[in-house]
Design a protein around this ligand. Structure first.
Ligand code: CA
Ligand code: CA
Ligand code: CA
Length: 193
């Protein structure tokens, strides 16, 4: 080593340092979701208007690359969601159409995240969207004849008709209450049981 010129040694060290820095700079770090849960659950009420943001998506990338979020494994007809970029590391998951719990009550979404360097789909996060019920349906009677007959002088009580109604909403929103509207003269003749 004694035969080498100290200036040349310093220059070599500098070159090695620059080369190392270049390699580090070139190395790509894969982006990740924030938080980086593998699966998450989101509750969304049905009936919200198109364009409503249902979640702010966030990512991180150690190279400070611009991140692109996306949705995988939906056909166009099934997909009620879209992603809109907000910043280099953020995007909003929005509704493309109103959700209807009585039609589809939950969606499994594969969210994707790429940094322009890793191949699609990059990082994936599974999101379960559960559609919450609103009382947006009225009860409907099952088909019935609107004329009933009863023999005069029938015993009391006698069943005149049996009616049934259904409400497709969930829980208390789907409970049915019956009532009877009668002329004043008939109020003591009929009731509900
Ligand atoms: Ca990166
Ligand atoms: Ca409903
Ligand atoms: Ca209802």
């Amino acid at each position: 080593m004694g035969n080498y010129n100290p200036c040349i040694l310093s220059l070599l060290k500098c070159c090695l340092l620059v080369l190392s820095l270049l390699l580090i700079t070139k190395a790509n770090f894969i982006p990740d979701f924030v938080p980086n849960d593998r699966t998450s659950v989101l509750y969304v009420p049905e009936g919200q208007p198109n364009g409503t943001s249902i979640r702010r998506l966030q990512g991180v990338d150690s190279n400070y690359d611009t991140l692109t979020f996306g949705i995988k494994s939906f056909t166009e007809n099934e997909n009620p969601f879209f992603v809109e970029r907000v910043s280099k590391t953020e995007a909003d998951l929005r509704l493309k159409m109103e959700l209807d719990r009585e039609n589809v009550s939950e969606y499994w979404i594969d969210l994707t995240l790429v940094d322009g360097r890793v191949p699609y789909p990059g990082k994936i996060q599974f999101l379960l969207v559960i559609v919450q019920d609103l009382n947006d349906n009225s009860p409907i009677f099952e088909p019935f004849n609107d004329t009933f007959s009863i023999v005069e002088n029938s015993e009391v009580p006698t069943q005149v008709a049996k009616l049934k109604a259904k409400d497709v909403d969930e829980g208390p929103n789907g409970e049915v209450t019956y009532s009877l509207e009668l002329d004043e003269d008939d109020k003591d003749k009929f009731n509900l049981q």
